[in-house]
Every structure is written in structure tokens, then in C-alpha cells.
Design a protein around this ligand. Structure first.
Ligand SMILES: [Zn+2]
Length: 249
């Protein structure tokens, strides 16, 4: 029964852990998605700014050619210099816009590469997350099925155990972190490591009564290694999954 309960508890833990694992990988995927969207937004803003800069350059170029025409009809040196001044101003604006455009182009080149790499990585990651989710669903279904079987097996077994002993077992399960039965094959309680008094150990080996560890109060279980060659007629009493006798263990 201890074996069944331990396996049932392991299954419950696994069933509970799977959604947590899935949530964690989904959260990571979302974070990568958000980063990609942020990069895309920066890229789009950069493209928008470049279009505006192109328009500014065109506007200033048109203004310059208009100013050059007007310069031809300048009547005084002062007027001429004023036009020249304005043209210089437009030239400077064009140079500034062109510098900024170059800067944006260089920045968006690496950003563009990042976005492309991130898009590819995300496709792979999404497929991997889906695969893991499917696997977790299948695993959970198998676990639930196995748990159902274990619980049925346990109910059957519980019906064969005397009520006071079963109650004691259940109490120990709650108080002793899910381990009520302790193996004492090597002369000590394997749960708390207490060395058993020789007399007690002898009694335990006889297996005539239920015995408890004097330190941790767990039910002691004597489980000698089975010599299959010598005990060829005995396997009926042995649970083949664990190689243990199927009394309280
Ligand atoms: Zn003990």
C-alpha cells in the first residue's frame, strides 16, 4: 500500500506540475513576441521618419531652385546676399536630413536583421511550445488513467487490511510526509536511521505482529532480498513490479 500511495502521490505531483511548466514556457514565448513587436514598432517609426526626411529634402531643393531664379532678378547686393543666405540655410537643412537618414538606415539594418531572426526563432519556438503542450496533455491523460488504476488497486488492498492498522497507517501518512512504512531490512529504520534493538529486529524478522519504529513511529517492514533461484516456488507472493511482498508495502 505504501508503494501504491507513493506512486499515486508522484503522479499527482506530476499532474499538478505540468500546467505550471506549460505556463512558464508560454510566458517566455509571450515575452519574445512582445520584444519582436517592440522591434517592429521601432522599425516602422524609423521608416516613417525617413519618408518625412525625404519630403523635407525635396521641399528644400525646390525652395533652392526657386531662390536661384529670384536671385537673378536681385536689384541690390543686399538682396543678393539675402537670397544667398537663405540658400545656404536650405543646404544646411538638406545636409542635416541626409545625415539623419544615413543614421536611421544603419540602425534599421541591424534592427531589420534582428526582426528577421526573431521571426524565425518565434516560429520554431511556437511549434516547440505546441509540441510540449500536446505532450503534456497526453502525459496528463496517461497519468490520470494510471492514478485511477492505482486508486482502484489501493481500495481493493485497503479492504483486506484490519481497520485499526489502516487508520494508523493513514494517520502516519499525514504526519510523516507521506511515508508511513519504513524498510528495516538492514537492521535500522531506513526513514529515520534508528538502529533497531536486536531483540526487536528478531521479532520483526518473524513477521508475526505489526511493529513500529521507536523513534519515528513508522510501521516497520522487513524486506529481505529475494533469492529467486532458491525460492523458485515463491514468486506468487511477490509483486513483480517491485520485487516486494504485497502485504503492507
Ligand atoms: Zn524510524
Amino acid at each position: 500500500m505504501q508503494g501504491l500511495d507513493t506512486r499515486a502521490e508522484d503522479l499527482r505531483k506530476e499532474i499538478a506540475a505540468l500546467p505550471v511548466q506549460i505556463a512558464a514556457i508560454e510566458k517566455l514565448l509571450e515575452a519574445h513576441q512582445r520584444k519582436l513587436e517592440a522591434d517592429r514598432a521601432v522599425l516602422a517609426a524609423s521608416q516613417k521618419e525617413r519618408r518625412q526626411l525625404d519630403l523635407d529634402v525635396q521641399t528644400h531643393q525646390q525652395k533652392i531652385s526657386k531662390l536661384r531664379d529670384q536671385m537673378l532678378s536681385a536689384k541690390t547686393n543686399e538682396q543678393y546676399r539675402a537670397f544667398q543666405h537663405e540658400i545656404e540655410f536650405c543646404d544646411k537643412s538638406i545636409a542635416k536630413s541626409e545625415d539623419r537618414t544615413l543614421e536611421l538606415m544603419l540602425a534599421s539594418e541591424s534592427l531589420d536583421n534582428n526582426v528577421k531572426a526573431a521571426e524565425e526563432a518565434l516560429t520554431t519556438e511556437k511549434a516547440e511550445v505546441e509540441r510540449q503542450k500536446t505532450e503534456a496533455r497526453q502525459r496528463t491523460a496517461i497519468d490520470l488513467e494510471q492514478l485511477k488504476k492505482l486508486l482502484a488497486e489501493r481500495a481493493e488492498l485497503a479492504a483486506t487490511v484490519a481497520n485499526p492498522l489502516l487508520a494508523q497507517y493513514e494517520k502516519l501518512m499525514r504526519k510523516r510526509a507521506g511515508v508511513a512504512v519504513s524498510d528495516a531490512t538492514k537492521g535500522r529504520c531506513s526513514a529515520c536511521q534508528l538502529e533497531l534493538r536486536p531483540q526487536m529486529y528478531q521479532e520483526l524478522r518473524k513477521g508475526e505482529s505489526v511493529m513500529y519504529c521507536e523513534n519515528c513511529q513508522r510501521i516497520l517492514h522487513y524486506n529481505p532480498p529475494v533469492d529467486f533461484d532458491a525460492a523458485s516456488g515463491a514468486p506468487a507472493a511477490v509483486d513483480p513490479r517491485e520485487g516486494r511482498r504485497v502485504d503492507m508495502s
